[in-house]
Write a protein that binds this ligand. Sequence first.
Ligand SMILES: Nc1nc2c(ncn2[C@@H]2O[C@H](COP(=O)(O)OP(=O)(O)OP(=O)(O)O)[C@@H](O)[C@H]2O)c(=O)[nH]1
Ligand SMILES: [Zn+2]
Length: 233
Amino acid sequence: MPATSATPATAATPAANDQLLDYVTSCALPTPWAQFTLHAFVEHTTGKEHLAMVLGDIGDGEPVLARVHSECLTGDVLFSQRCDCGAQLEGALQRIAQEGRGILLYLRQEGRGIGLLNKIRAYRLQEAGADTVEANLQLGFHADARNYELCLPMLAQFGVRKLRLMTNNPRKIDALTRLGIEVTDRVPLLVNRNAYNNSYLNTKQAKLGHMMTPPAAVPADQAPAPAATPDVI
Ligand SMILES: Nc1nc2c(ncn2[C@@H]2O[C@H](COP(=O)(O)OP(=O)(O)OP(=O)(O)O)[C@@H](O)[C@H]2O)c(=O)[nH]1
Ligand SMILES: [Zn+2]
């Protein structure tokens, strides 16, 4: 039976307006692994809706198991194998459910901050030979255009300042630390490689500094049937 959040859906009260975003409302969110409480925020400048999934008592001052997840519609919703986002999202929620306590911030900064349409443009460039970083640069963007400043008021809503952060990305840890959020531990969040995400994961490791185990080659005879251009993701 899934764990149930100790935070009732109606318990959270709107915090004072922050300069960056407003707290809006919450509801129960049953998942296959636990019943979370889903909290909704709206960002002032963009009108984007950002979300927090909370399980258990996270406001007691102890470090909280946390995932700061950037939106990836293709990976989180459409089952894309080009990246590791969907598997990381699922893995993070499962891990929080196992502990019975934690928070997942779902930030609407799709495509590392360049948006869905530009991410699809970037995928097309990758099919022509660019890697994930080169494609962003060719489109005139930084390799990673995200910022994490919303995390501070979102976490403050729940009285959270110390995280055990599920990530492989050292720049995410640096960014949160600079905001004044204490990352007490990094919890690796590794997913299986496949023929479609292998070079994407290698590029994240080589060019974006992600901390992963050494790349393991995917034997050709174990790889799924090839798509049009699987090796240039
Ligand atoms: N521009 C661009 N964005 C991508 C691509 N693949 C995935 N993304 C986006 O990248 C974001 C996820 O970033 P990742 O680099 O996979 O992981 P991370 O959040 O930095 O690090 P972890 O915490 O270890 O997962 C999501 O917003 C995805 O939409 C791509 O090829 N190009
Ligand atoms: Zn993704």
